[in-house]
Write a new protein. Structure first.
Length: 344
């Protein structure tokens, strides 16, 4: 699906009336299922003459639900706005330059940049003669590009599209448009550390919370330790090995080889294939045990433990890869040292 994002700034005068180049930017995203209001069906009229015959007639007039009676239909709906975009996703857009004038243009080039609060990066540049400019840009001709950019920063992003060309008289021209979009955080991650100095181990407890308004399917959750530690996960939410809880809270049954039935408590997360999912606002706890590869006195000054790494998918298959900031621990306080000198 292609949807045009909002323009960040609009100049006081519209230059498109005199500009021979038309520049359009459309975001490439996936549609959603159409949600409709169910239409109630009419009740079945029954005769009061005979109760038994009325009961029999009910089975003959059972209404058949059609697609109009369901809240979710098989139709797909295109977004009516720019839509939400989250950290860790890949932003994709389609950029098209068109010569809307009746004359030829020369040396047509396109430069695409993205600016965040931290940096400015060039994604595509064909504005130089040796970089793929179009020597002769005929009337009605288009120059198209598909841009993909992995989102690594939160906050406002500005997509800068610049068209450079020469008019029929050889004069250099310059045309630029700005498009703004907001990048949000899909998962909130909070980590705590617990030191087990006697065993040269550290426990890392991390809480994941779905900060979006839609379910997120967790394909993998892992802790990547620093080079001084090795990690062991203490929780396992893999939907392939952990049974999902029943919606009504009932205990699950397992039939052994000898025919005996045992009951297991309802544990785990709601499963979807080989992935577990979090509904909007849901949280999930993960715990990891870190063991030092060196003696404890060598690790007293090591504060960086590692990072959390999550791979998730949305309802329509959009994927994202998220990595947390470095998890830091509070270094143990140094014991006071005293020095005594005796003169002989």
């Amino acid at each position: 699906m292609a949807q045009r994002p909002e323009t960040a700034q609009r100049p006081p005068t519209d230059p498109s009336a005199e500009n021979p180049v038309s520049l359009k930017v459309m975001r490439l995203c996936k549609p959603t299922f159409l949600n409709t209001q169910p239409v109630p069906f009419a009740g079945v009229a029954q005769s009061s003459a005979d109760v038994s015959s009325a009961a029999a007639s009910v089975s003959e007039h059972v209404p058949v639900l059609s697609e109009d009676d369901c809240a979710i239909s098989g139709m797909l709906m295109l977004p009516q706005s720019f839509g939400d975009i989250f950290l860790g996703e890949t932003f994709s857009c389609y950029i098209s330059l068109t010569n809307i004038s009746p004359v030829d243009l020369n040396q047509m080039g396109l430069k695409v940049e993205v600016q965040t609060q931290l940096q400015r990066e060039t994604l595509s540049d064909s504005s130089q003669p040796d970089a793929g400019t179009v020597a002769r840009f005929a009337p009605g001709q288009t120059l198209d590009r598909i841009i993909r950019y992995e989102l690594k920063d939160l906050g406002i992003h500005i997509l800068i599209c610049s068209a450079l060309y020469a008019d029929a008289y050889g004069g250099g021209k310059y045309f630029r448009k700005f498009f703004k979009f907001q990048v949000q955080n899909p998962l909130l991650m909070k980590s705590k550390t617990h030191s087990l100095a006697a065993h040269n181990e550290i426990l890392v407890e991390t809480q994941l919370q779905n900060a979006t308004a839609r379910p997120l399917f967790l394909e993998s959750v892992a802790f990547i330790p620093s080079s001084q530690f090795e990690v062991e996960p203490l929780t396992n939410f893999d939907a392939a090995v952990v049974e999902a809880a029943h919606l009504d809270g009932r205990e699950s049954c397992t039939v052994a080889a000898g025919g005996e039935t045992t009951r297991k408590p309802p544990v785990g997360l709601p499963a979807f294939g080989h992935m577990a999912y979090l509904k909007a606002g849901d949280t999930q706890q993960h715990m990891y045990r870190l063991r030092g590869k060196q003696p404890p006195w060598h690790l007293r000054t090591v504060a960086a433990l590692g990072r959390m790494e999550v791979v998730w998918k949305a309802q329509m298959g959009e994927s994202g890869h998220l990595q947390s900031n470095t998890v830091q621990r509070k270094l143990p306080a140094s014991a006071p040292t005293s020095l005594e000198v005796n003169l002989l």
